[in-house]
Design a protein around this ligand. Structure first.
Ligand code: HGY
Ligand code: MN
Ligand code: MN
Length: 415
C-alpha cells in the first residue's frame, strides 16, 4: 500500500482529545498550568496512559519518567519510529505547546487502527519529562539525558525554587520508571509543534518544514550587594543589587540588537532578596536567555554578556557569580527526515516553507542520537508561553496529517 493524499487523521477526534487534556491543570485565563512533576502533570500522564492502553499500545517508562507507548510492527527486529513531544506546560502556558505533538502521535495510532494499516517498523508515541525547564532548569532535561548530554544523577539533583529535586518529585508522583534512559534505539524521531513565532501565520503557510533549531544559552547570575534602608542610606553608600540586574537586563537587550536580525535575548526569571519595599536589594538571582542559529555568534554573545555583567557589578561594587544552567548548540535536522516532512506537505496539498525553530524542543537533543526532524503549524499572532496561545483546528489537522505521512513513510507500510 502506498501513501496517498486521502490518507488523513481524524482532525475532530484530535481536537476533542486536545480539549480534554486542556481540562487538566487549568491556568487562570483559559490556558494551562501543568508544570512538570506536579500533581497536575501526574493527572495528565494518567489520562494519556489510559488513552494509549485503549488504543492497544504497550507502555514503557524510563528512569526520567519519559513515557513510551508502542504499536508493534511486522518486523520485530526493526528499530521503531518515535513520535512525540511533551505534556508539561509553563505556569502560564497554552493548551498546545508540546501537547499537540504528543496527542497528534496518539491520533496517528488511532488512525492506523481505524485504517487497519500495518507497518514494518514499530511506532512509539513519547512524552518527554520536563521539556519546559521552568520548574527545574535546564529545559529539555529528560531528552538531554536520553541523548547522553546530562547524567541521570545530575538531572535528579536539579532543584526547584522550593528546594525539591527531580528525583524526589518523580518518586512522589509515582512516575519514576526502571528503564535505563537512552537504552532505546530509534529508527527516526518526528515532533509536531506549534511554531511559537509569527512567520507561518504572516505568510499564510499551513506547515513549517523545520530544517534547523537555533542554539540557546541560559546564564544564572547572582549579584550580591548590601541590604539597607531605601530612605536613609545616602546614594553614594548604596550597593544596590537590583540596580545591577536592571543594567544587565539592558546589556542583554543591547547585545541581542547588535546581532540582529536573528539574535534574541531576555531575562524571564528573577528573585529579589529580601524583596521588601523599603530595603535596597542585597541579592538578586536571575536567568539570562540568549539564542542564535549560529554557534559562533551565540558564543560571542555569551562572552560579551559575561564581560559586561562583570563590569557592571564592579562599577556598583557588587559580588557576581555566573553559572551556565542551560545550553545547546544550534542543530541541523536530518535531511532524509526533513524531506519526508516536505514531501508529505506537498502530497497532502498543504502550503509550506522551510523554517528555523526559534524555541528549543526535545527534537533538538534527540537529533544527536537518531535521524530527526520537526513539523510546525502556525499559532495566532505567533504567541506562546502565554495563556492566550491559540491555534485553529485546521492548523492542528494539517500538522497532524503531515506528521502522519512522514511517520508512515519512515515506518514503511506493509498492508
Ligand atoms: O525554552 C524553550 O525554547 C522551550 O519552550 N522549552
Ligand atoms: Mn514546547
Ligand atoms: Mn514551551
Amino acid at each position: 500500500m502506498t501513501l496517498t493524499g486521502n490518507m488523513r487523521i481524524d482532525g475532530d477526534r484530535l481536537w476533542d482529545t486536545l480539549m480534554e487534556m486542556a481540562q487538566i491543570g487549568p491556568g487562570i485565563r483559559g490556558g494551562n498550568n501543568r508544570q512538570t512533576l506536579t500533581d497536575e502533570d501526574a493527572e495528565g500522564r494518567e489520562l494519556f496512559q489510559k488513552w494509549c492502553k485503549d488504543a492497544g499500545l504497550e507502555m514503557g517508562l524510563d528512569q526520567m519518567g519519559t513515557m513510551f507507548a508502542r504499536r508493534e510492527g511486522t518486523d520485530p527486529g526493526a528499530l521503531p519510529v518515535y513520535v512525540g513531544s511533551h505534556l508539561d506546560t509553563q505556569p502560564t502556558g497554552g493548551k498546545y505547546d508540546g501537547v499537540l505533538g504528543v496527542l497528534a502521535g496518539l491520533e496517528i495510532i488511532r488512525s492506523l487502527n481505524d485504517l487497519n494499516i500495518k507497518t514494518k517498523h514499530p511506532i512509539v508515541v513519547t512524552n518527554f519529562t520536563n521539556e519546559e525547564g521552568t520548574r527545574f532548569a535546564p529545559p529539555m532535561l529528560a531528552s538531554g539525558v536520553f541523548a547522553g548530554t546530562h547524567t541521570l544523577e545530575w538531572a535528579y539533583a536539579r532543584e526547584d525554587a522550593e528546594g525539591k529535586n527531580v528525583g524526589e518529585e518523580l518518586d512522589r508522583i509515582g512516575w519514576k520508571g526502571e528503564e535505563e534512559v537512552g537504552a532505546r534505539k530509534m529508527h527516526a524521531f518526528f515532533e509536531l509543534h506549534i511554531e511559537q513565532g509569527p512567520i507561518l501565520e504572516a505568510e499564510k503557510k499551513d506547515i513549517g518544514v523545520v530544517t534547523h533549531g537555533q542554539g540557546l544559552t541560559w546564564l544564572q547570575i547572582t549579584l550580591t550587594g548590601k541590604e539597607s534602608h531605601t530612605g536613609s542610606t545616602p546614594m553614594p553608600m548604596r550597593k544596590n543589587a537590583g540596580l545591577g540586574m536592571a543594567r544587565i537586563t539592558e546589556l542583554v537587550d543591547k547585545v541581542a540588537w547588535e546581532n540582529a536580525p536573528h539574535a534574541v535575548g531576555a531575562i524571564g526569571h528573577c528573585d529579589v532578596y529580601p524583596n521588601s519595599r523599603n530595603i535596597i536589594p542585597g541579592k538578586v538571582v536571575f536567568t539570562i536567555d540568549i539564542r542564535h542559529p549560529d554557534k559562533t555568534v551565540l558564543d560571542g554573545m555569551d562572552a560579551k554578556v559575561r564581560a559586561g555583567a562583570k563590569e557592571i557589578a564592579d562599577t556598583i561594587g557588587l559580588g557576581i557569580e555566573i553559572e551556565e544552567v542551560g545550553h545547546f548548540d544550534p542543530v541541523k535536522f536530518d535531511e532524509g527526515c526533513v524531506s519526508a516532512v516536505r514531501e508529505a506537505a506537498i502530497r497532502l496539498g498543504y502550503t509550506h516553507r522551510d523554517l528555523v525553530s526559534g524555541a528549543g524542543h526535545d527534537a533538538c537533543w534527540i537529533n544527536r542520537v537518531a535521524p530527526t526532524s520537526m513539523v510546525m503549524c502556525p499559532c495566532v499572532d505567533g504567541l506562546s508561553h502565554n495563556e492566550d496561545e491559540d491555534i485553529s483546528p485546521e492548523w492542528a489537522r494539517a500538522g497532524a496529517d503531515v506528521l502522519f505521512h512522514a511517520v508512515l513513510e519512515t515506518a514503511e507500510i506493509v498492508s
